[in-house]
Design a binder for this molecule. Structure first.
Ligand code: NIG
Length: 396
């Protein structure tokens, strides 16, 4: 086992307030030791035990933080929806019905092709610092197509979610109740073994509150944790359904009334905000400030998907959260790391403390604020996942 010591990290973000200062648990001139896939030691470089690490990486004053935890993405699909995107730039509105175009392409694709494509997206995200990533199914919408999508999601991503209730497929538009029965019955039974989470798109044009509840409850009976696409396109019932059903997260939260904010604030349900989608569709942005001020838990995720935002960039999500959602830099960084971990019910990622996963992002920058200060710029100097250095960008 090679033990790696990353030393002279100018700003080491641990997210552990017990060892460092401020909300981000910052250690100045810090060091972190990675051993057997876990963090073995964190502290000031000056306090590093003599001889620690077979391999030393001198960060030269750069900033390091826990790798991003992207808790909401749709990686398993074929084709693209470029034409729909261009139409939205010329005045059309994003509509859930477009999902069916991707369903057609996904059903026609081979499993190997789906896996290759999902893997390419996963790799793209990893190179950009995402060390933990969730993926949903949701573009198959038959028992077999969803089951294989869930298997691909599980193989490619770190966490997998069953999203059979994404939209009613074309062949069953006249029988939505029949489709919900299929989702909650044989489809769920075929998918549950591959996933930890169940999700539904609760929105006009997709599924209503009762249908979403039925899907979440059926998932729970298979031991799955709930997530819900909620309040993306309007002030619907989604957020309150998610909270009442004890979901781990309510995702999107773009259009909220006070009762939604209160419900989130008085629950454990994480509000997962997806500003790359709001950027891509040109909708308004979620009010992250209002949620944080009310006391809600907040995560930031990419929502990478072909229809409403085809980006894996957590750095850009942070920049948008700071400028458009009203988050401070430390809040946005927390939301993109430990917030995502909470939305995935994980306590071993999103934090650099002894025993956590050795997932580290080294920035070509002195401070995490550069993620917002230099939007759209590749600031990745190195990425370690499970203690392995997967990205190396040598300094000039
Ligand atoms: O989270 N809202 C539902 N699902 C995705 C969009 C999927 C698509 O348009 O293909 C989302 O935005």
């Amino acid at each position: 086992v090679v033990v790696t010591a990353i030393v002279h990290v100018g700003t080491l973000v641990t997210n552990d307030g017990e060892v460092g200062r401020g909300a981000l648990g910052v250690i100045d001139d810090g060091a972190v030791v990675l051993e057997a896939g876990r963090v073995a030691w964190v502290g000031a470089t000056s306090a590093l035990p003599e001889g620690a690490g077979d391999e030393r990486v001198d960060a030269g004053g750069r900033c390091a933080l826990p790798g991003f935890v992207d808790s909401h993405a749709h990686l398993v699909f074929a084709g693209d929806r470029l034409a729909d995107f261009v139409a939205t730039t010329e005045g059309d509105e994003y509509a859930p019905g477009g999902i069916r175009t991707t369903v057609d392409a996904t059903r026609r694709a081979s499993t190997a092709a789906l896996e290759r494509h999902a893997q390419a997206l996963r790799h793209e995200a990893l190179r950009a610092g995402t060390t933990t990533m969730e993926s949903k199914s949701g573009y198959g919408l038959t028992v077999d197509d969803e089951a294989r999508s869930c298997r691909v999601a599980r193989a490619v991503a770190d966490e997998a979610t069953f999203l059979g209730a994404h939209v009613v497929p074309a062949e069953l538009v006249d029988d939505p109740a029949g489709y919900v029965e299929l989702v909650t019955g044989p489809m769920l039974a075929a998918c549950a073994p591959s996933v930890r989470f169940v999700d539904a798109f609760c929105e006009d044009g997709a599924f209503d509150a009762d249908q979403a509840r039925a899907v979440l409850r059926a998932g729970a009976s298979h031991g799955l944790l709930g997530k819900l696409h909620a309040n993306q396109l309007g002030r619907g019932p989604g957020v309150r359904v998610a909270v009442e059903e004890g979901c781990v997260s309510a995702d999107h939260c773009t259009y909220l009334v006070d009762a939604d904010v209160d419900a989130l604030a008085s629950s454990q349900t994480v509000a997962t905000l997806l500003p790359l989608t709001e950027f891509a569709t040109g909708s308004g942005y979620a009010d992250g400030r209002r949620l944080l001020d009310a006391g809600a838990r907040v995560a930031l995720a990419s929502n990478c998907n072909p229809g409403s935002g085809y980006s894996t960039s957590m750095s850009l999500a942070i920049a948008l959260a700071v400028r458009e959602l009203g988050l401070r830099v430390d809040e946005a960084v927390l939301a993109a790391t430990v917030g995502g971990a909470t939305a995935l019910r994980r306590d071993d990622v999103g934090v650099l403390r002894r025993g956590a996963r050795a997932d580290v992002l080294l920035l070509e920058a002195p401070s995490p604020a550069y993620l917002a200060y230099r939007p759209g710029v590749d600031l990745v100097a190195g990425v370690w996942k499970d203690g392995e250095r997967v990205v190396v960008t040598p300094a000039p």
